[in-house]
Design a protein around this ligand. Structure first.
Ligand code: NDP
Length: 433
């Protein structure tokens, strides 16, 4: 694959990560290997467990204590599922590669180069939804998904494991990191693997899994319609699907801003991102809609109003903060909430914004995301804890992510980061955390 990052000088998001200037050559670490191995085994099992809870036992969504016998209920891959997944990946790759869209430059790499990315995600999203709607209209998509959803889960799992292996074998990473076999496989060894202009990370991060999430949600909505007795989905289902499809559409409408996220800037492409994008996102983020297929309860008006308000406020915080940082990095002189921006200038000449949203907490954008996550779970009611898996997992993810980012920025900016932290003491929730 085209070499897209220099062997040294890349600022990592994980302090002490392989091949970083701070860390020098990677240190052998049994602990890292063990954690990576545990993740490789435990995370797919967790997805299967959630899958069995929501799709088996009359779709009750009840939790159960798994036994060895439950392994037998894991769906096996099929040729039909492989065909469906292959067609989906090929379709997405074609849209990614050939749909028109403006070219933009990514954030500077350690050697000063900037990669170019074509932004055509929104049109790919719209075309994909229309194509699936057409297939659904003919009955094809519904029948295929109904029969093949379980086998698809296993097929995509196998594909993700195989692709991560190829990335390890053929990636241009630090050779030393191959000594950390499981860790290198898990975290990846190359920052931006590319063939020509086809950027594997940007593609996987946004296209097949994220659009797949929206498509599966719409499928579950259609599956619920015959269950309600009045041929239409419940308000709870409409809320969950509308919120999440809007989130995905908004992601693509703001596609350029993805280029400044941690995943694109700092994470190498390994199992964690590949599997996360292809398996975790479409099969666990759809838990709520999947659960609602057989749970057709009605919601009181006050609950609907409260949930919509929570989602709207969460969105304002999330999008407002992310857009503000993006604009600030592009045009540091522009006014923030009508006033000149307050900043900390680092020795590396990076600017940290300390006013506006970013003066309230150092990751206020995570708070907005968490509010929306809760709004996506509440429509499911309180009969089962299963639909709340998303917000619980997301809380843990974002607390961990904030700590990783904090450590990485501390390692990178040193005393300047400490000064920023003194000025903005709250991590995610102002006056609370
Ligand atoms: P951020 O977009 O918050 O990026 C963090 C980086 O921004 C830091 O490493 C630093 O990079 C820079 N930075 C930090 N503070 C400042 C500041 N005050 N002023 C200017 N730059 C600053 O993090 P993420 O990529 O984690 O999150 C992006 C969005 O994606 C969030 O809203 C998050 O909630 C969401 N997300 C959603 C997920 C999902 O599954 N739905 C998963 C993960 C994230 P540097 O200085 O090096 O430029």
């Amino acid at each position: 694959m085209e070499r897209s990052e220099p062997p040294v000088g890349y600022a990592p998001s994980v302090p002490g990560q392989a091949g970083t200037p701070e860390a020098g050559p990677p240190r052998a670490s049994f602990g890292r290997e063990l954690v990576a191995l545990a993740g490789l085994v435990a995370l797919p099992l967790l997805v299967y467990y959630l899958w069995l809870c929501v799709s088996d036992r009359d779709n009750s969504g009840a939790l159960f204590v798994p036994t060895l016998a439950d392994f037998g209920r894991i769906p096996l891959p099929t040729w039909e599922a492989a065909l469906v997944f292959g067609a989906w990946m090929a379709f997405q790759a074609l849209l990614y590669q050939f749909l028109p869209g403006p070219w933009v430059q990514g954030a500077p790499l350690a050697d000063g180069r900037r990669l170019r990315y074509r932004l055509n995600g929104l049109s790919a999203f719209v075309i994909s939804i229309l194509a699936c709607w057409t297939c659904g209209y003919t009955g094809l998509a519904g029948k295929l998904l109904h029969d093949q959803l379980g086998p698809l889960l296993t097929t995509v799992n196998l594909f993700a494991f195989a692709l991560a292996l190829l990335l390890l074998l053929f990636g241009n990473g630090e050779h030393a990191s191959r000594r950390h076999l499981f860790y290198g496989y898990f975290m990846g060894i190359e920052l931006n693997p590319r063939i020509g202009t086809f950027d594997f990370k940007f593609f996987l991060e946004s296209r097949p899994g994220l659009i797949g999430w929206a498509v599966l949600n719409l499928y579950f909505l259609t599956q619920q319609m015959p269950e309600t007795g009045y041929g239409a989905p419940t308000v709870a289902m409409v809320l969950v699907v509308a919120f999440q499809v809007f989130y995905v559409a908004d992601y693509f409408a703001n596609e350029e801003k993805i280029l400044s996220t941690m995943d694109i800037r700092h994470e190498k492409l390994g199992w964690m991102l590949v599997w996360g994008d292809l398996v975790w996102v479409p099969f666990t983020y759809t838990l709520q809609a999947h659960y609602l297929v057989r749970h057709t309860h009605e919601l009181p008006y006050w609950a609907v109003g409260g949930i919509v308000a929570l989602n709207v406020v969460g969105y304002i915080v999330f999008r407002g903060a992310n857009s503000q940082k993006h604009r600030f990095r592009k045009d540091p002189g522009a006014a923030i909430w009508g006033k000149p921006p307050e900043i900390v200038r680092t020795a590396q000449d990076s600017l940290l914004l300390t006013s506006g949203w970013w003066g309230l907490a150092r990751h206020i954008n995570y708070l907005g995301d968490l509010m929306m996550a809760l709004a996506w779970c509440l429509p499911c009611g309180f009969d089962s804890p299963l639909p709340y898996f998303y917000v619980a997992y997301f809380l843990i993810l974002l607390i961990h992510r904030e700590r990783r980012d904090n450590a990485a920025c501390q390692a990178k900016y040193g005393a300047d980061w400490d000064a920023y932290c003194r000025k903005v003491p709250w991590r995610i929730i102002p006056y609370v955390y």
